[in-house]
Design a protein around this ligand. Sequence first.
Ligand SMILES: C[S@@+](CC[C@H](N)C(=O)[O-])C[C@H]1O[C@@H](n2cnc3c(N)ncnc32)[C@H](O)[C@@H]1O
Length: 487
Amino acid sequence: MNSKRSYNLYAAITPSLEPLLKKELLNLLLKKNNIINSTSINTNTDLKDNKNNNNNNNKNSKNNNNSNNNNNVELNIDIKLDKGGVECSGLSPEQLWTIAHHSRLSESLRVRLGQPFRSVNFNMLKSSLKDLPWGNFYRVTEHTLPECSVSCSHSALYHSNAVKDRILDHFQKNVIFTKKPILVNNNGDNSNNNNNNNISSSSNHSKIYVRLIDDMMQVSVDVGDSMHKRTPNKHVTDAPIRETLAAALLMSAGLLPQSDVNIWDPFMGSGTILQEALAMAIGGRATPPERYFSFQSWPLHRDDKYNNFIARINQEQLQLQKTFQQTISTHTSNFRLYGSDIDQRAIDATKHNIYNQFKFLENINDSNNNNNFIQLLHGDFKVIETKIKEQLQQDKQQQQHQHQQKLTIITNLPYGERIMTSNKNISDGLKSTFISFGKMIRESNIIKDVYVLNGHPKFIELSGVQWLSILKFTNGGLPVEFLKMKR
Ligand SMILES: C[S@@+](CC[C@H](N)C(=O)[O-])C[C@H]1O[C@@H](n2cnc3c(N)ncnc32)[C@H](O)[C@@H]1O
């Protein structure tokens, strides 16, 4: 931290997707600071592709010292790409909260505890730990040990459990100042011996993360993990894609926010892609209202200011929902979502998830109403394509409103049985799915663009379509590719 309330944040994402996350964070920080006239942002990679930001970047660039406005505040934010994440230095608490509540791509968030330091033996480690600002993040009065995760590579200190023991020992003696014994189990959880001490085993402390690479140690504090969990009580079917990944795919396809697009996910499963598309079209926060972040337990945290911030984003969200509702019911928006699946359980799950997350849509998306803009259909994709085509033609004939007549497919293809174990084999069912999906997208006159997340080595060949590879990464241990159909 540069000053007491300025944070260095590390936002993690699946390796290869870092540039997307950087673009998202930069957009968020610029957008949320639009009342601020002069913002100093350092980025150490080129963001020429960041179309939305070109104007803002010019306005807010480091060299542009526009100080005519009385509300002018100078910010110093440094945003850097790292493998598996993006580092933002010099964030104010409000910027940290903004990212925590609005980033759709971040998979987890951590704040750096001090700067990296060299550590080649336990004495060095012990003395460096004393210099870290633990007191900003951990309450002396909370007599528990935090969870602690350590990874060591290419370092003299190679035994991660031994490093963890030293860190927790330091924590116990110098952060929460207690000599009472606390046992730590191998999972990094604290399990205490109930017989001989009164220290609670459930900790409200933020988890500690330690990375030791080439003898340089960085200690970080958890802000929020499992950021993909946006839908309370989510119903899932087979192989759901994470919300953070679905958002990254939509963002890299550049489909949203746009008001004139018909999106179709023909293999929707529990509807994660549709849910994210809808959330991005509405705009605003990514978190459910009750989301707790571990910064709320830090001594540095200001509850009064945070409560004002939450009240403001709740208010903003209501306004965004109202605007969206209006554009849909007055047909000023041509945004439509189609989701389909051959499995009825998928339709039920998606319905539950969408209306659970977007309760306000229940009234305007009545299935008896011809103009409903979300359609969840049960059936094989070939049958559904015909249904949608008929519907779009009817719309055109009735000329109820000028509606976009083409569909953009974005989907996570079925993977089949655990194909990682049998790369060369493919079931007859999956083979015919890939062949007929390829035929449908080649021949359909209502399909404009097609984006697929593919994890099967046979798909490209069987589809008979030429594909452009947009992203390559690993998803759940499986190498996958995000592809766009070439026309
Ligand atoms: C990988 S899952 C999709 C997961 C989804 N993205 C999610 O987040 O839950 C693939 C889905 O394709 C569906 N499916 C398989 N063959 C199909 C077909 N011929 N027509 C329509 N859906 C099909 C399966 O029922 C399954 O729900």
